[in-house]
Ligand binder design. Structure first.
Ligand SMILES: [Zn+2]
Length: 1071
């Protein structure tokens, strides 16, 4: 079976081996030299580096690429016993069925609901005449295109993007539609960019470039000419005396130090222009001539962002380097390098015009923003090379293109993107494989400007993030309907926790918000020692329960009535949800046949695919997939002998079956006891699902968990979802992707199978430099995610990232992205923990710091100063690695229960980088003295901006209150001597003793202090799609331990303080 939609790329043969854990046999690899390190664990380890060739290296936890044969779907029913239709009567209820509501329209969560206007034709009476000069004299009116461009605001989680698109100009649309799904009043706003200066300069005085390939004129007139940016004669100059000007062999000839005044942009600040979709005026528009702009009626000047070999000189010049970025830091002297505002990703050293078009680092970033020219250079740096992706993130605005032609490279299938180069109007050169492709006739026309001969200004070439409506060739079958199946544990243990009430209520509350359309299907299965199905067939007066007691060979009774159309059977569904929590209250059944229930659910969903949501409260005990307790409390402290690997391959195999049928399984584990998440979690991991964990969930004893489940369920049930998805990541020739991290199944060399994709999932990949990039100045990475929306549309979301190639070690270090590096290392360390041991993984993390800083010291620094000298870009590297060592995934000591550790590891693998970093190294703020000084203003709200503090108890004081933002939780610790103002004006209590033991919300008081605190906390919450619970923690509260555990700079029983860690690193580095 060929993959739907995304045809195979050129292929990277080594990827296949690497995914299976076998390293490519040749070629140089990222490896750390043998380093003695006995500090972090008792084990002295040699060669703990990330050399994929060595045993003990980070292996590739990619499922084997053999797809399991699809199990038989049919059931003979021979030996099965069906307790037929023990027609259930809800406790004392008669379930009447009112008339079915007529297809209520589910509110749209994303741009899927955009109204589509049929492509107008030239006869469109409403069409406004073209601005004169839009076409060269004699130009043919372009053929009517099936072309549409939606700039659609998406789910609205990002209040910061509050500004409205520019409203000026008066261009009307003729051949295309530019609509906003969220606010129809915004329609056409985006084309009105008359007031916006064009991003690509308007036609410069044309420069004829001898020998430049020129295409034929569009029609008549002189040939189009590419206007080149003025070339500057100087390259960059690194004038820092302390830097070695790199090794001679690697340095390409360049006028280094010839002109020290030429500044160079490493730009360690965010680009002033946010990427396209966040831009109030989309870059695609900025690149267009304003509507009032009259093109010269003669030749169409052909300008394009300078790209490619000829333009690197230009692209590297005229930039200014932030001097801070070049600084060498002695961490032993400057220990507090933590910025007081959230750390921003480094900006690649690219020409401003290219960088403006680049992908937002929140979606797509690389551990090294300067790609080493050779694997040898990468090896020297001892830093991991890889990408971190958040491909399906909710976006405020996303350009959506509907076009009959999706332009892709004929050779490697790359989607046309802002970083291709146009040789002329008729030909473009692929930035991944360098093939020269023809520009299709349709693409010659830019529907935004209605100008012919502007392929380089089409939105596809102006947006690094874009979504295409896929034509039918991207489908193997008609897009599947949204199918949601819920599988509930109803054993005695489950009933005890009282979770069913919460979950059923959440479902009732959010039923109309489930993403979908009139085709949405829903179904329910419950299980204890038997499996219970519910017939919800339209026309029944009440739901009917069917019990299958043969769990050895599960079959599906009445398969046609178990997954039903939500609209048609909504009343029955609601009846069932209201009744379910009471149905099992008297149960004495303690057994759990999870495995058979999952098999049944899989069979039920196989014909359609969809999302399976499984709620489990204990260790499964019956039938296939039954598990035994493996946790031994006295082994918790040991970093060696703990069970991180699954005890059975049942869940993985079933997950692969699910993946093959486009079913993803999300696991909600609500358990007070060990439930072997290491085994259970495989069901989600390989089917591209998610794992949620609520240790010690209890409806009465643990109100905080109850609230957490409610909030997370709301997000889970209502967030966007993509079905039957595949993702492929391509990169420029010479680079090779060899290991993937995240929840998915690798279907072929580089095609990730994602039965579901959700906007909260992150992915990471590792890369190597297979062929020298000596002749390459820029490399690109492109991810393409093909999915079916909940509205039944086939769509492709494409992100393209462009980065410069560098030739010196110094440049590699200057461009290091310490957050991305830490995130990738964390992913590698999870794999290493599972395949080798936890201590092995911990050593590898420490060695990553030692090796890279040693390389920096020996190969970049010219004079060997005492101290721990680090490049500015890596000033937080030791701190973040120390934080990882203290993170639940990798910590030693008795604190971490096995399931909690496994869950933390699942989170490392599945979380987008930003949340992984917040979990690992939370942000700490003092909040009892918030002021408006330095506050920001959003929509008339004043949001205080307290500085971020180091994570050390030294920063705390008993007379204050401190807020810790750890991503999914916010902890507000109130000191015993906290001022009365904060207590009364913010917490609403008269004295410290009156702070409730469990407090998860701040009262809204009519005081400026309350307003400030609430504004700040709300602002933090609004920046993420889920709702972090706030815990107010008194000094003697048991939660205080959790708060203090995150003080990563402090010493604990089993771990070093930050300063001790630095001393250790220094010792090793200066050996
Ligand atoms: Zn190509």
């Amino acid at each position: 079976m060929s993959q739907p939609g995304i045809p195979a790329s050129g292929g990277v043969p080594t990827g296949l081996q690497a995914q299976n854990g076998a390293a490519p046999a040749s070629g140089s690899h990222y490896s750390n030299g043998p380093v003695q390190n006995a500090l972090m664990t008792s084990q002295v380890s040699v060669s703990q580096g990330y050399n994929s060739q060595l045993p003990g290296s980070y292996p590739h936890l990619i499922p084997a690429k053999t797809l399991n044969p699809v199990p038989e779907q049919s059931n003979s029913g021979g030996s099965q016993t069906l307790s037929p239709l023990s027609s259930y009567q809800g406790p004392g209820q008669t379930l009447y069925r009112p008339p079915v509501a007529s297809n209520p329209v589910t509110p749209s969560l994303h741009s899927g609901s955009v109204s589509r206007v049929p492509p107008p034709t030239s006869q469109n009476p409403a069409a406004t005449p073209m601005p004169s000069g839009s076409f060269p004299p004699g130009a043919n009116i372009p053929p009517p295109l099936n072309w549409q461009y939606n700039y659609s605001p998406q789910t609205n989680h990002y209040p910061r993007a509050s500004s409205q698109p520019a409203m000026s100009g008066n261009t009307n649309l003729t051949n295309h539609q530019y609509v906003s799904s969220a606010d129809t009043s915004l329609q056409n706003n985006f084309i009105k960019s008359g007031s916006t200066p064009p991003l690509v300069s308007p036609p410069l005085p044309t420069t004829f470039q001898p020998g430049a390939p020129l295409g034929p004129p569009p029609t008549g007139g002189p040939p189009p000419v590419r206007a080149l940016p003025p070339q500057k004669s100087t390259l960059r100059a690194v004038s820092q005396p302390s830097f070695n000007s790199a090794s001679k062999q690697e340095a390409t000839p360049q006028p280094t130090n010839k002109n020290p005044t030429v500044s160079r942009s490493v730009g360690y600040s965010y680009p002033s222009l946010p990427p396209g979709y966040q831009h109030t005026t989309p870059p695609s528009m900025a690149g267009m001539p304003p509507s009032s702009f009259s093109y010269p009626s003669g030749p169409q000047a052909f300008t394009q962002t300078p790209l490619g070999a000829n333009h690197l000189t230009a692209s590297m010049s005229g930039l200014s380097l932030h001097p801070e970025g070049l600084r060498v830091v002695n961490l032993l002297q400057e220990r507090n390098m933590l910025p007081s505002t959230p750390l921003q990703p480094p900006v690649p050293n690219l020409h401003e015009d290219i960088q403006k078009l680049n992908c937002n680092p929140e979606l797509f970033r690389c551990t090294l923003t300067g790609i080493p020219q050779t694997q040898a250079l990468l090896n020297k740096a001892k830093l991991p090379l890889g990408l971190l992706l958040h491909p399906f993130k909710d976006l405020v605005q996303l350009p959506v293109v509907t076009s009959s032609t999706i332009v892709r490279c004929r050779s490697c299938r790359t989607y046309i993107n802002p970083f291709v180069s146009f040789l002329d109007q008729r030909r473009w050169k692929c930035n991944l494989c360098y093939r020269v492709n023809d520009v299709p006739e349709e693409f010659m026309y830019n529907p935004l400007t209605r100008v012919y001969g502007e392929p380089h200004r089409r939105p596809e070439v102006q947006n690094a993030t874009i979504e295409f409506m896929a034509p039918s060739e991207y489908m193997l079958r008609p897009p599947q309907p949204p199918v949601y199946l819920f599988v509930f544990d109803v054993s005695h243990n489950a009933v005890e926790t009282g979770y069913l009430n919460s979950v059923c209520q959440s479902l009732l509350d959010n039923l109309d918000l489930l993403p979908g359309n009139t085709r949405t299907k829903i179904g329910f299965i419950t299980f204890d020692s038997t499996i219970h199905f519910y017939s919800l067939q339209e026309g029944l007066s009440q739901p009917q329960m069917l019990i299958v007691s043969d769990i050895e060979d599960v079959f599906i009774p009445m398969p046609e009535n178990l997954l039903v159309n939500l609209n048609e059977s909504k009343e029955l569904v609601q009846d069932l949800l209201k009744t379910l929590p009471q149905m099992f209250t008297k149960t004495l059944e303690t057994q759990s046949a999870l495995g058979p229930a999952l098999q049944a659910a899989y069979k039920l969903m196989s014909p359609t695919g969809g999302r399976m949501s499984v709620f489990q409260t204990q260790l499964p005990t019956l039938g296939v997939g039954a598990l035994k307790p493996r946790e031994e409390p006295n082994q918790r402290s040991s970093a060696k002998e703990i069970h991180l690997t699954p005890s059975t391959d049942f869940y993985k195999k079933l997950a692969l079956d699910c993946s093959g049928q486009q079913v993803a399984v999300d696991l909600f584990l609500l358990s007070g006891q060990y439930s072997d998440l290491a085994s259970l979690g495989c069901i989600s991991r390989y089917s591209a699902g998610s794992v949620y964990y609520y240790p010690s969930y209890h409806h009465q004893h643990n109100p905080v968990q109850v609230q957490k489940l409610q909030k997370e369920l709301h997000r889970y049930l209502t967030r966007k979802i993509g079905f039957e998805a595949v993702m492929r990541i391509r990169c420029t020739k010479g680079l090779s992707i060899h290991t993937f991290h995240g929840n998915f199944f690798v279907r072929s060399t580089d095609l990730l199978s994602l039965p579901n994709v959700n906007p909260d999932a992150g992915y990471a990949v590792q890369m190597s430099v297979e062929e020298s990039l000596t002749d390459t100045q820029l490399v690109s990475f492109q991810s393409a995610l093909l999915y079916t929306s909940s509205k039944g549309e086939r769509r492709i979301r494409v992100h393209t990232l462009c980065l410069p190639v560098v030739s010196t070690l110094n440049e590699v270090f200057l461009g290091a992205d310490v957050q991305a590096i830490s995130g990738l290392l964390a992913n590698m360390a999870v794999d290493r923990s599972v395949t080798a041991s936890l201590s092995d993984a911990r050593d590898a993390l420490v060695n990553a710091v030692i090796d890279s800083l040693s390389a920096y010291r020996s190969s970049v620094l010219s004079n060997q100063q005492p101290g721990l000298m680090v490049p500015f870009s890596l000033r937080l590297f030791p701190l973040f690695v120390l934080a990882l060592l203290k993170q639940k995934s990798f910590q030693t000591g008795t604190n971490a229960r096995l399931d909690e550790r496994i869950f933390a590891m699942c989170q490392v693998k599945n979380q987008p980088l930003v949340y992984l970093m917040l979990t690992t190294h939370p942000n700490l703020y003092r909040v009892d003295n918030l002021s408006d000084e330095g506050a920001i203003n959003i929509n008339d709200r004043t949001i205080p901006q307290p500085p971020i503090l180091q994570l050390s108890v030294e920063k705390l004081s008993r007379d204050g209150a401190f807020l810790m933002d750890a991503g999914s939780v916010l902890m507000l610790w109130v000191g015993r001597n906290c001022g009365h103002t904060f207590l009364s004006q913010v917490l609403g209590v008269e004295n410290y003793a009156l702070i409730p033991q469990t407090m998860t919300d701040l009262p809204e008081l009519d005081t400026p202090e309350s307003a400030r605190t609430i504004a700040f906390i709300s602002w933090l919450r609004e920046q993420r799609p889920f709702y972090p619970i706030l815990y107010v923690i008194r000094d003697e509260s048991p939660m205080k331990t959790n708060f203090l555990q995150n003080m990563v700079e402090d010493r604990t029983e089993s771990a070093l303080s930050y300063y001790e860690f630095l001393l250790h690193i220094q010792q090793q580095v200066n050996k």
